[in-house]
Design a protein. Structure first.
Length: 414
């Protein structure tokens, strides 16, 4: 099972009149950089803020503004434009433009194109916080949502007018992420997914720990991909420097993401056990310490010429324990669907198959330890009950793209 995301290859970008129009220039740049084709339609008000030459240069295509534009062969820009694009995105969408959409106005090229479109519409509102909070705007946004328009943002923060609050257009990279998230198939809608990510830290004394090189990137990418697929995700994270993954749920999509921070393997186990009864899927990506110091010194250990012996004891294997766990959540019994990761430095298929059987889990994702820690790309091999002989090697790809492919695989198994 490999559901295809909604196409967003050719984006028709509408720019309306607001100071955030300057951010639309960066948005065009990022859309083009992501390999997409972009055509820009500007309202007359938008042209007061940014010149069409900017958008033409960044998109590499002519910019449209005039309903009576004669460039399309049939002279009907509003029809031609939507028929040759996959999705229409309005960013920024001003309060006035949202109101005009609600009433189905068609008195300029952009509103007429919206009415004539056959493709999905996404809007990224941008306005002063009072304008956003005004009941009229909130009514308009609710109506647009009910009409099937996907609303991205707005964000909260300092505004061009000097006030602070809701109404800011999201940053270009956030809009791009929201567009990507929106396009993902909702294969995990209604499912709860529990994910561990990152390293653990096992304390030796108040200032020293035993840890490992795990960056958390793969686990965070999977958390994001699961939320994009509509799941409610709990991300139990060891210490990382990563921001919490972008949750499309904040923008009217199904799916949500909650992060629980832990340090040690014992804390990770406790956090997982607190969530597992309600979870449908458990994905163990964390590089959990296999051993921890038997005791943690109360005070900092002083340097001694004789050297230092640290006595270690094994930690609990969280994945193996959850694979045997009998859930007591509403409508749930037996263990959740358990997926493990294995960082192997040699004989990836064979060691991975043995590890899968030892841990008692249906699916193990094995990767090369040398290539994965801290990297943005990853190459993995999927190992299930068919063992090493039936292992499937996926091509090397970015961790988010890989996470989305793994979500499709996992969704097909639940
Ligand atoms: N894991 C876990 N709890 C542990 C150790 C590992 O949940 N205490 C999980 C990891 O999150 C991963 C899988 O088990 O999904 C494999 O971990 P790995 O360390 O590669 O395997 P080990 O069983 O520890 O075997 P070894 O280190 O000998 O390769």
């Amino acid at each position: 099972m490999n559901p295809t995301p909604l196409p967003t290859q050719r984006v028709l970008l509408g720019v309306t009149g607001g100071i955030a129009a300057y951010k639309a220039a960066e948005l065009v740049r990022l859309l083009v950089k992501s390999g997409r084709e972009v055509t820009v339609v500007m309202t007359a008000a938008a042209r007061e803020f940014v010149g069409p030459a900017t958008f033409q240069a960044l998109s590499g295509h002519p910019v449209y503004s005039d309903l009576w534009d004669t460039r399309p062969d049939n002279g009907m820009a509003h029809i031609e434009l939507t028929r040759h694009h996959d999705a229409m995105l309005i960013a920024p969408a001003s309060a006035d433009f949202l109101a005009r959409l609600v009433h189905g106005r068609s008195d300029d090229l952009l509103t007429t194109t919206v009415l004539a479109r056959t493709i999905p519409l996404l809007v990224a509102p941008a306005m002063n916080l009072q304008m956003w909070q005004n009941p009229a705007t909130q009514r308009n946004v609710a109506t647009l949502r009910a009409d099937g328009v996907h609303v991205i943002g707005p964000g909260c923060g300092e505004q061009a007018c000097g006030e602070t609050g809701d109404g800011r257009m999201l940053e270009a990279h956030e809009i791009l992420a929201a567009l990507d998230a929106w396009a993902q198939p909702k294969t995990l809608r209604g499912k709860r997914v529990l994910i561990t990510a990152g390293p653990t830290q096992e304390a030796i004394d108040p200032v020293r720990v035993i840890t490992n090189h795990s960056s958390g990137k793969m686990g965070y990418a999977l958390a994001q991909a699961c939320a994009e697929a509509g799941a409610d995700v709990v991300l139990v994270s060891g210490p990382t420097h990563l921001p919490t993954p972008f949750a499309a749920a904040a923008h009217g999509e199904p799916g949500s993401l909650r992060r629980v921070d832990v340090l040690s393997a014992a804390q990770m186990l406790a956090a997982v056990e607190a969530e597992v009864d309600e979870s449908d899927i458990f994905i163990a990506v964390a590089a959990v310490a296999d051993y921890r110091p038997v005791t943690c010194a109360e005070q900092k250990i002083k340097k001694a010429d004789a050297g230092l012996d640290i006595h270690l004891e094994p930690t609990v294997d969280i994945l193996a324990r959850i694979a045997r766990h009998q859930r007591r959540g509403a409508g749930k019994s037996g263990p959740p669907l358990c997926v493990g990761f294995a960082a192997e430095s040699e004989n990836v298929e064979q060691y991975g198959a043995e590890k899968r059987a030892r841990k008692g889990i249906p699916l193990l994702i094995a990767n090369h330890a040398q290539s994965t820690f801290g990297a943005d790309d990853n190459q993995v091999t999927l190992i299930d009950e068919r063992g090493a002989a039936g292992a499937t090697r996926l091509p090397k790809m970015g961790k988010l793209a890989l996470a989305r492919a793994l979500v499709a695989e996992i969704a097909g198994r639940i």
